[in-house]
Every structure is written in structure tokens, then in C-alpha cells.
Design a protein around this ligand. Structure first.
Ligand SMILES: [Ca+2]
Length: 323
């Protein structure tokens, strides 16, 4: 009798074990199915997000090609469009509205003092407008010059009393993760993050990106330049005068740079100081395009830089990145 009870006990335990095993298997299969379904949904969303961002890029390229009145409205202003079921944010920025930091030195490797002065003034303006005092230092400009010039001689601004030295490879080699100074023009503004002074500024780099570029012929388009860049052109460019310029170009874009000379408080001397640094029609129109989408929480961003000759119908892509 005792033996029978023992056998029943073993059978009961075995049956319970099998039941628990089966439940575990069923739950496991269910979880795996749900994970696979989730992965499929994420993949589909990522694909849709990417295709929408690419479609947005095509819209932007088409607008640049047509260069009509609606393009002028899109320029430097983010806009959201609906493509199929999804939304896409498009931002086209005129790179000719910014200061080209590759042009801080001439082809002969000499410092361009006018452009250096403009960059130093921009630093004053950005520090004035930022909440933190001295967010940007003058030595940033000296360091950019050293980054793009071919020699290993540290730049020294003898006309500035503080933060007046740049940095060459000696400095970068002394860092925890050493690297060499590029000693050549930047091909992308993102490179700025490696330059001394800029490398300390995670937020500052994004601010600088709005005013500095590495593309274009170096002439600043006064029809699209920001108020900060316009103000950096000359001591005579007061905030009130800059506001007047912006209001005038909103009514009708400037057809010739000489139109600035007619403005009050800008005499011949002041105008001649910066007239060789501005334009109303760049030789190479360079635009940075950013299209961003979000499908079911999966974000895709496409950043491109394109060039367009004024009379040409062809747009050349010089940079493309999907992230
Ligand atoms: Ca150098």
C-alpha cells in the first residue's frame, strides 16, 4: 500500500513538472513572437521614417532648383510638410549667409585681417547676447586659423590683450586622446568640434554652426545673413541699422551691394571697409538641407550640403549623411 502511494506521488510530481514545462514553453514562444512582431514594426517604422526624410530632401532639392518666390520664403525658415501619412520637417540654410572660416587665411597662407576682425566682433556679439559671460574666447579664432593653415606655428594676435593664442599639434598631442592639428581647410563645419576652445563647447558648437561655414566663396549674402553676421561686418553696423537692412530686404531684396552705401550712418569709409566681403548674388550658391522625420518614435535625419551655380540647372551634392 505504501509502495503504491509512493508511485502515485512520483507520477503526480512528474505530471506537474511536465505541465510547468509546457506552460514555460508556451510563454516563451509567445514572448518571442511578440519580440519578433515588435522588431518587424520597428524595422517598418525605420524604413518609413527614412523614406519620408528622403522624400523631404527631394522636395527641398526641387525648391532649390526652381528658386522661385516660395523658395525665398523657405530659406533659413524651418517648415513642416505632410508626405503620405507622415510629417517631415525641412530646413534649407543658405551657407552664403555665414562667415567662411576657411577664408580666415588667404591662398598664400596669410591671415585675412578683415575677416579675423569680423570673427572677433561676432564673438563679442555672441557673448553679449548669451547668458553666460565669455562663452566664446578670441583664442577660438586664432585656433581655427592654426587648424586650417599649413604651418605648425602658433598664431598670436598681438592686437588683442587676452586669449590671443591659437593651438597647433603640440597642444592636441598633449590631450588624453591625442590627435594632430589638421593643417588644411575644413571640409565640414562639424570638424570645428576638434578645435581648441570649440572642443569645450557642446552647446556652443551648435550656436557657432548658425554663423560659421566652410563652404562658398567667402562673400556674405546680405539678403540672407543673420542680424549677428550683418552686425559683425563693421563697428558702424549698429543693431538699429541692421534692423533697417532686414526690413528693407524683406520689402525687396537688395539688387546691388552699393544700395547699402545709401543708408544713413554708413559713410564711404565704413562701406569700403567691408564692401569686398559682401554680395547679393554669390557665384556658388551653397545650401545645407536638413530633413527630419519621426515615425512611431523612430527618428531619421538627413543632412546634406549642395552647390548650385546661378545659371546652371544642375545641383551638386557635396555632403550626405543619414542618421
Ligand atoms: Ca597649422
Amino acid at each position: 500500500m505504501r509502495n503504491n502511494q509512493k508511485q502515485y506521488g512520483f507520477v503526480l510530481v512528474a505530471v506537474l513538472f511536465v505541465i510547468v514545462l509546457m506552460i514555460s514553453l508556451i510563454l516563451g514562444v509567445n514572448l518571442q513572437s511578440r519580440l519578433q512582431a515588435r522588431q518587424t514594426t520597428d524595422f517598418t517604422s525605420a524604413q518609413q521614417s527614412l523614406f519620408t526624410a528622403r522624400a523631404g530632401l527631394n522636395v527641398a532639392m526641387s525648391a532649390i532648383k526652381q528658386a522661385n518666390d516660395s523658395f525665398a520664403e523657405m530659406l533659413n525658415h524651418p517648415m513642416t510638410i505632410t508626405l503620405g501619412k507622415h510629417k517631415c520637417e525641412i530646413l534649407i540654410v543658405d551657407e552664403n549667409s555665414k562667415i567662411n572660416i576657411n577664408k580666415l587665411i588667404s591662398g598664400q597662407g596669410k591671415m585675412d585681417r578683415n575677416r579675423v576682425d569680423q570673427c572677433l566682433k561676432l564673438i563679442d556679439i555672441l557673448n553679449r547676447d548669451s547668458q553666460s559671460e565669455e562663452m566664446f574666447k578670441y583664442s577660438l579664432i586664432a585656433s581655427i586659423i592654426d587648424w586650417v593653415d599649413g604651418d605648425d606655428q602658433v598664431t598670436f594676435f598681438d592686437f588683442v590683450t587676452h586669449h590671443n593664442r591659437g593651438a597647433e599639434s603640440d597642444y592636441y598631442q598633449s590631450l588624453d586622446q591625442p590627435y594632430n592639428c589638421a593643417n588644411q581647410p575644413m571640409s565640414l563645419i562639424d570638424e570645428l568640434q576638434y578645435v581648441k576652445e570649440a572642443s569645450f563647447l557642446s552647446e556652443g558648437n551648435r550656436i557657432l554652426d548658425q554663423y560659421l561655414t566652410v563652404h562658398g566663396d567667402g562673400l556674405i549674402n546680405i539678403n540672407t545673413a543673420s542680424k549677428e553676421v550683418l552686425e559683425s561686418l563693421s563697428e558702424k553696423m549698429t543693431p538699429a541699422l541692421v534692423q533697417m537692412i532686414i526690413e528693407l530686404r524683406n520689402q525687396r531684396p537688395f539688387g546691388h551691394i552699393q544700395e547699402l552705401r545709401d543708408l544713413p550712418s554708413l559713410d564711404n569709409n565704413a562701406f569700403n571697409q567691408f564692401s569686398h566681403m559682401i554680395t547679393v548674388q554669390p557665384e556658388d550658391n551653397v545650401y545645407k538641407i536638413k530633413t527630419s522625420t519621426d515615425v512611431n518614435g523612430i527618428e531619421k535625419i538627413i543632412t546634406t550640403v549642395v552647390e548650385k551655380k546661378p545659371q546652371a540647372d544642375v545641383i551638386k551634392m557635396v555632403y550626405y549623411k543619414e542618421s
